[in-house]
Design a protein around this ligand. Structure first.
Ligand code: DGJ
Length: 705
């Protein structure tokens, strides 16, 4: 056996399969030419004996195991201290990539690893097959193990909390293990299944980076390790609870898929790779992203038909195209303390069901969306009273609550059948275009009736979702878990978008959306205009900033439209109209998010694939340090072309006084070369903190003089 390569748009991966006891990744880097002589890797990276280590040189193989001289963390761990020594026994070429077989015949273990070509990423998964007679307990199986390249210097993690999701933290790789673990049974606020490895020089547009993500909605484990000896590796896989994966003779466990990308164009390159991958996984029911109005922040649990009707009227006036009825509509639900599990409209609030509201919404030319939290149950519900044994619980122990609710045991087929039936009835008897699917607690104890734990729960969730989608292919679904608690590429092909945070404060969203967009494209990020003062932060922000931040995503409104001032309502309506005009560009174009040369300014640019137009904004966080304004570079343009640049109004307040040639900007767009806009930038005057400029660019045939 020899060397095999897989290419994606910007990168090449080479597997060295020449030594059956040491199959490994030989190269993951910039794309190689078709003629690259891979056989030379043998001599190129030939290694002699190392001092003070096993005589048979242990390397980071495709699945490193313990017990045979490898001194790093193993990628496979079995219960009872069982060891296996894996040897390469076969390579199969598939249309999408390679299947690699590793075996320990004596132990009855067969491991098959798939290396597949995605659009922007490589896709790797590993299957463990118990081919022996004895049962085996699987404690850990990495979906992928990567030797860290010699250039690896930094490690980026993404962790957050409710209303403060997905904060990027960059740290130096030091000796030892840097481990991220998800515990809550969903991909969670820990976002343990995401990481970047950088060369230490990485920035918005430059530097080498590896991007890694586990496409899985349950617990993840990711670790980067460097030993004093120089061994360096990264592994990612499902974090498995003890006893959850017991494999009898002939049984298999298949890991979730890990996505890997390499780029030498900095964070922008990571974005491009993962956005391409997300496009490959786009669900067929995804429509142009309609403007939502969602009732949660406007009314919370305090709702009735009259109020909702009134809200629908006001939302339609603003330009909303979908009315999403959030929590509080179902039987007995007056607070978060009751009702979950009883998915029928509350008869006091909706004596004639949801029909009259849906009809009213339809008469306003909006479609209708509904909030559900199918996996959960309140102890105070008919469902729990009828089936107290249907929840995750541990024997007679206390059943600890979070948000006063328990989680149903989705490993039980009867629970899945029940949920499917309830959701199916809802969708069959009401004209519902959209479900906001929430999940508001961690799983503890994640103790299912069959011991499959968070693993079985995640598979059960996928099963219900998949069968529901098959039965109702036109219903769009949003993944929400107290905001961004379930954002991952396992659920991504099954949903239209993510509610990335309950925090609708535009300053917070500016940060959250910038970080989340490293992996998720803007057409998957739900962003709504919140109230001011904001319910999460108390911050007061202009409608200009609030509307503009929400526009660079799948836009919606969460603030009560009946309470907006006339001026705010007008600004919002104006931006909703602009969003509708530009959503094709925002959602299908290339997105860049980068720090301005002025460090207190962040820029978002969406450029059409053919570079014929662009929409961008620059927002200022802090007050400028100096009084001299710095140009803003407009990245991603056609450098050979000219663009007419229009600074969209309303302009931030102080600009009225300080914009040079304000009258000519007011009168008509200015024309500049794409090259100069990108290389030298456009100088915009200083504005107050927490406000922004918005511009549109249109390519023109000839330059004006
Ligand atoms: C948490 C979600 O993130 C909110 O948007 C809202 O739907 C509430 N749940 C409702 O209970």
């Amino acid at each position: 056996m020899s060397f095999e390569r897989i290419d994606v748009a910007e990168a090449t991966l080479v597997l060295d399969l020449s030594d059956e006891s040491n199959p490994r990744v030989a190269y993951l880097g910039p794309r190689l030419s078709a003629a690259a002589p891979l056989h030379q890797f043998n001599a190129l990276h030939a290694e002699g004996a190392r001092p003070a280590t096993a005589d048979k040189t242990p390397r980071v193989t495709l699945v490193p195991v313990a017990g045979f001289g490898f001194m790093g963390s193993p990628a496979l761990m079995l219960g009872g201290g069982r060891l296996c020594a894996l040897t390469l026994t076969g390579v199969e070429r598939l249309s999408e990539g390679l299947a690699i077989d590793l075996r320990d015949e004596a132990e009855g273990v067969h491991v098959r690893q798939l290396w597949l070509r995605g659009l922007g990423c490589f896709r790797v998964s590993t299957e463990f097959h118990n081919t022996g007679e004895r049962p085996l307990e699987l404690l850990w199986l990495a979906a992928v193990t990567l030797p860290l390249p010699a250039w690896a210097r930094t490690h980026w993690s993404f962790a957050g909390r409710w209303a403060g999701e997905f904060r990027a933290t960059r740290s130096e790789i030091v000796d030892g293990v840097h481990e991220r673990v998800g515990q809550g049974g969903r991909s969670g606020f820990e976002s343990a299944g995401y990481a970047l490895i950088g060369d230490g020089r990485e920035s918005d547009f430059e530097g080498s980076l590896l991007g890694v993500h586990l496409a899985w909605s349950g617990n993840a484990r990711l670790m980067a390790e460097r030993t004093g000896f120089g061994l360096a590796q990264m592994q990612v896989g499902e974090r498995v609870d003890a006893g959850a994966i017991m494999l009898g003779a002939g049984e298999r466990y298949r890991s979730p898929e890990a996505l890997l990308c390499f780029t030498d164009e900095g964070l922008h390159g990571v974005r491009r790779c993962f956005h391409a991958e997300a496009d490959r996984l786009r669900p067929r029911e995804q429509s142009p992203r309609r403007v939502h109005f969602n009732t949660w922040e406007a009314v919370y649990f305090d709702l009735d038909l009259a109020k909702l009707t009134h809200l629908a009227d006001a939302a339609a006036k603003l330009g909303a195209e979908r009315f999403v009825l959030d929590d509080g509509w179902f039987k007995g639900r007056r607070s978060d303390g009751a009702g979950l599990g009883d998915w029928t409209p509350d008869v006091e609030r909706f004596p004639d069901g949801l029909g009259p509201l849906i009809e009213h919404v339809a008469s306003l030319d909006m479609d209708f969306g509904l909030w559900v939290e199918p996996e959960m149950v309140n102890p105070d519900s008919d469902l729990y009273r009828a089936h107290p044994d249907w929840v995750l619980h541990h024997g007679a122990h206390e059943r600890p609550l979070q948000r006063r609710q328990l989680a149903l045991d989705l490993a039980r087929p009867e629970v899945r059948a029940h949920l499917l039936d309830r959701l199916d009835v809802l969708l069959r008897t009401n004209r519902i275009a959209y479900l906001k699917w929430d999940h508001n607690r961690d799983l503890f104890p994640a103790h299912s009736h069959d011991g499959s734990s968070a693993h079985g729960q995640t598979l059960g969730f996928y099963d219900v979702l998949d069968r529901l989608r098959a039965a109702h292919p036109h219903v769009e679904i949003e993944s929400c878990a107290s905001g961004g608690g379930r954002m991952d590429f396992g659920v991504l092909p099954r949903v239209s978008r993510f509610w990335v945070s309950d925090n609708t404060d535009a300053v917070e969203r500016w940060r959250i959306q910038s970080d989340v967009s490293l992996f998720l494209p803007l057409n998957r990020i739900g962003s709504h205009v919140g109230a001011s003062p904001n319910p999460s932060t108390g911050r007061q922000l202009s409608m200009l900033l609030r509307a503009r931040v929400a526009m660079f995503a799948h836009m919606g409104v969460e603030a009560d439209p009946t309470k907006l001032s006339a001026e705010d309502a007008e600004i919002l309506a104006q931006h909703i109209a602009l969003y509708k005009e530009y959503r094709g560009l925002i959602h299908e174009g290339a997105f860049a998010s980068y720090a301005g040369d002025d460090p207190d300014v962040r820029v978002w640019m969406c450029v059409a694939r053919d570079k014929s137009q662009a929409l961008g904004m620059a927002a200022r966080g802090e007050q400028a340090r100096g009084l001299i304004s710095q140009p803003v570079r407009l990245m991603g343009l056609d450098r050979a072309a000219h663009y007419s640049v229009e600074l969209l109004r309303p302009w931030p307040a102080p600009a009225r006084f300080s914009l040079p040639h304000a009258d000519s900007w007011r009168a008509e767009p200015q024309v500049f070369s794409g090259e100069l806009l990108e290389m030298a930038g456009l100088l915009l005057p200083l504005v107050h903190p927490e406000t922004c400029w918005l511009w549109r660019l249109t390519r023109v045939e000839t330059a004006s003089q």
